[in-house]
Design a protein around this ligand. Structure first.
Ligand SMILES: [Zn+2]
Length: 532
């Protein structure tokens, strides 16, 4: 066997490989794990060029993956003033008044619906603070925005619009736009006018962001978008000069109205790849968000909303998924409401045995028990974001819970029921919807509240995962969600050398400590991308 490029010794190695669950040393050559064992057994792999890292006191796990993230689109989404700390209307007005103007625009993101204190989202509430500036304020869910009168004027929006997807320019009783734009088609009318950073700036910011992600222990991300189409070019140009700190797997969107030509283009895109990125799978939306009134529910929410699918013709969605499936393409569908989840499960069920472990559902925020059980039966992968529970409150006084009512709010994010039923549950952040720090994802999956938030009551506490289940969600189960389980998600010979070492044991240490656990080492594709 050739000498190793990298030899990691002295660690407690949690391999997640049932044939050899624990070890203390790992050897890596050419980006692949070539031996797992102990330092003595691996000594002969040490050559003159071998880099040896002593990980005494650390726990080494398979590289952590964020199974739902938007690192590239998020760079554009997370621009301007960060409003994630705003709690009420006074705070919102103050933040907007103080926000920097870029080419005259106020751009902001991360606003929690709860800041409106139950008022409808309306520009009248903030116009004075903006002093006539065009403004584009993204709500935290990424599926809606509040824009000012000046922004509406620049976009030429004077009343309702019709779209081929379920998207709305919200108008008042007199037909005047309130500034609330729901879903991407409506948001894009204004988003397209915003000042945009240069290509070089985006490239620098992307590498910076991915390095910060790697510093939390991430080695990979399932990117649930292909941005504006310039992303493959952007990634290729990064790889001309350096390696990506985090491996990316990107799923382009299939939107309502997609015809045969569009579907075949999505199939063709699957072959686009670089060294540490590739296009893999296709992302669909079956609905929007609970807070936006666009989740597809079996019964309306408390405002009488939420009874419609994002695809005006859900059968057309099913046809599109089946077309991609026949062409060997896996799919990931955003489905938050119970009706949306049911429709996706029915779509996969119609594929029979060949549909197993090929398709996944993203978010799954409120489903009855019987629906949760079907994931394991059908082999549909559940992709969940534990940190989103922090946008709700255990006492149901938040916007999400109020809209759904007690019964549906009490079945929030059933991670544990899905696991106990035998489903694969991949975990992610949905950054920039929530923080990308994977330690927070792991900790919140176990706590059902953010680590360190000792005063916060856990949301549906019985849905907490064990430490091992949480780790599997970001490793072995994430690998299944990507169809990569034959060579990723475990520490085993022949697997990718994507590895993470923490200063504590992420399985057994108290979850509150995990939130700020030291990340000793992050290795992506055999290369050390973070070390402390
Ligand atoms: Zn997302």
């Amino acid at each position: 066997m050739p000498a190793a490029d990298l030899l990691l010794t002295g660690a407690r190695v949690r391999t997640l490989d049932p044939s050899l669950p624990e070890a203390t040393a790992v050897a890596v050559t050419d980006g692949v794990i070539t031996a797992v064992g102990d330092a003595g057994g691996l000594r002969e792999l040490r050559g003159p060029g071998t880099e040896t890292v002593d990980l005494t006191g650390a726990t080494l796990t398979p590289g952590l993956v964020d199974a739902h993230s938007h690192p590239v689109m998020g760079l554009d989404m997370a621009t301007g003033a960060d409003l994630s700390a705003v709690r009420d209307l006074a705070g919102l007005r103050a933040a907007l008044a103080a926000a920097e103007r870029t080419e005259g625009w106020v751009v902001a993101w991360g606003l929690d619906h709860n800041a409106f204190g139950g008022h409808p989202v309306d520009r009248a509430l903030v116009e004075e603070a903006l002093g006539g500036a065009p403004a584009f304020v993204r709500l935290y869910d990424g599926h809606s925005a509040l824009v000012s009168g000046a922004a509406l004027e620049r976009a030429g929006i004077t009343g309702p619009r019709a779209f081929s997807q379920r998207s709305t320019v919200v108008c008042d009783r007199d037909g005047r736009p309130t500034g609330h734009l729901i879903e991407h088609a409506a948001m894009d009318l204004v988003a397209g006018l915003l000042p945009r950073p240069s290509y070089a700036e985006r490239r620098t910011r992307l590498v910076g962001l991915l390095s910060q992600m790697a510093a939390t222990g991430l080695t990979g991300a399932h990117v649930m978008d292909l941005g504006d189409g310039s992303v493959p070019g952007l990634l290729a140009s990064v790889e001309e000069v350096t390696d990506l700190p985090v491996r990316l797997r990107l799923a382009p969107w299939c939107m309502p109205g997609a015809d045969e030509v569009a579907l075949d283009e999505l199939v063709r895109l699957q072959s686009e790849a670089g060294r540490l990125w590739r296009v893999g799978g296709v992302k669909f939306f079956m609905d929007g968000t609970v807070e936006g009134g666009t989740a597809w529910l079996e019964h309306p929410d408390c405002h009488g909303q939420g009874t419609e699918a994002f695809w005006p013709d859900p059968a057309a969605y099913t046809e599109a998924v089946h077309h991609l499936h026949r062409n060997g393409v896996g799919t990931a569908t955003h489905a938050i409401g119970d009706a949306a989840v049911r429709h996706v499960l029915d779509t996969v069920a119609a594929l029979g045995e060949s549909g197993r472990l090929r398709h996944r559902i993203e978010h799954i925020e409120t489903v009855p028990r019987a629906l949760a059980a079907r994931f394991a039966e059908l082999g549909v992968i559940a992709s969940m974001q534990p940190t989103h529970t922090a946008y709700t409150r255990a006492d149901h006084t938040d916007e999400w819970s109020r809209r759904l009512g007690d019964e549906r709010a009490s079945r929030a994010w059933r991670c544990r029921d899905l696991r106990d039923a035998g489903a694969f549950v991949a975990l992610g952040s949905d950054w920039p919807i929530a923080h990308y720090d994977v330690r927070q994802v792991l900790a919140t999956a176990r706590l059902r509240r953010l680590p360190g938030a000792y005063d916060t009551e856990p949301v549906t506490a019985e849905q907490a995962l064990t430490g091992l289940m949480a780790l599997e969600g970001c490793t072995s189960h994430a690998a299944v969600a990507a169809g990569e389980q034959a060579y990723a998600g475990r520490i085993a010979v022949g697997h990718r050398a994507d590895l993470t070492a923490f200063g504590l044991d992420p399985v057994e240490a108290p979850a509150d400590e995990l939130g700020e656990a030291p990340v000793r080492l992050t290795v992506t594709g055999g290369r050390i991308v973070h070390c402390s």
